[in-house]
Design a protein around this ligand. Structure first.
Ligand SMILES: C[S@@+](CC[C@H](N)C(=O)[O-])C[C@H]1O[C@@H](n2cnc3c(N)ncnc32)[C@H](O)[C@@H]1O
Length: 248
């Protein structure tokens, strides 16, 4: 396979995805817990997008869409969304293309990098990214968010899943660990404005999910959301609005 000429982040691991694309889903979403987590995460995402669309058509792009598993979920639950996906890995994208080979209306998929998104300003009503942003340094996240704001029309949703082990907690370590698990201050800096936090997993959930399945995960999450008990959050969606004004 030829080297990618697309712009990569400092820690980007395209090679890993090129090698493991075919087994990614089994590895990432195959276990009892991970299936439950995927369903809960996708349901929360669909609800956010459907609320914005309120029954009308809406264009949505997934950044780092990988094998297209979430795009497929949304194409089933929310047929009014016009879906697009982009990913830097040819192998992951091929998995996505194969999944929609027989679909009546497939998402528009593109090979490309988040650092040079091949979309015009204000192209989309909404954007989302799952298991994506943790791959980048804080400085890169800042650039990436400005790129998100460029391609989403003012007022459109930007929905990004963060790994939040240390959300609202002290910064214990510097470097890569902190980049993967940014604290609230880091996330505030990246987003640069108001955002809503929607938890999609919690600490200790994996053990509960593997033993007892999806239902207790849902019940506990609902309680944590109601109590706004952010200390217990693992992954969460940060939901912001693309601001009005000059696009850079
Ligand atoms: C952990 S996977 C997540 C895939 C999918 N979003 C999910 O939730 O399962 C990370 C994805 O980001 C893609 N990616 C990594 N760096 C990228 C970049 N610079 N631009 C676009 N996609 C990138 C990888 O190829 C991979 O498909």
């Amino acid at each position: 396979m030829s080297e990618s000429t697309l712009k990569q982040g400092e820690h980007d691991q395209i090679g890993v995805y090129e090698r493991t694309g075919a087994i990614y889903e089994e590895y990432r979403y195959g276990s009892k817990y991970r299936k439950g987590y995927f369903n809960i995460r996708s349901e929360a995402l669909a609800r956010l997008l459907d609320t914005q669309a309120s029954g009308g058509a809406m264009s949505v792009v997934e950044i780092g869409c990988g094998t297209g598993i979430t795009l497929e979920y949304l194409s089933r639950t929310s047929p009014n969304l016009q879906l697009h996906g982009i990913d830097i890995s040819q192998e992951m994208l091929e998995q996505a293309e194969a999944r929609f080979a027989d679909a009546k209306s497939a998402p528009e998929l593109k090979l490309g990098s988040v650092f040079e998104l091949p979309y015009e300003d204000d192209s989309f009503d909404a954007l989302y990214a799952t298991r994506f942003i943790h791959q980048f340094t804080q400085a890169e996240k800042l650039l990436i968010y400005r790129e998100f704001e460029r391609i989403v029309r003012p007022g459109g949703s930007i929905i990004v899943e963060f790994y939040g082990n240390r959300f609202h907690q002290e910064k214990k370590e510097a470097g890569r660990y902190r980049e993967k698990f940014p604290d609230k201050q880091d996330v505030d800096e990246v987003i640069g404005g108001d955002y809503q936090v929607i938890p999609v997993s919690f600490r200790g959930g994996m053990r509960i999910g593997e033993w007892f399945g999806e239902l207790p995960l849902r019940v506990i999450l609902k309680t944590l959301r109601a109590l706004r008990f952010h200390r217990a959050i693992n992954e969460y969606f940060a939901v912001s609005r693309s601001p009005a004004g000059e696009k850079s």
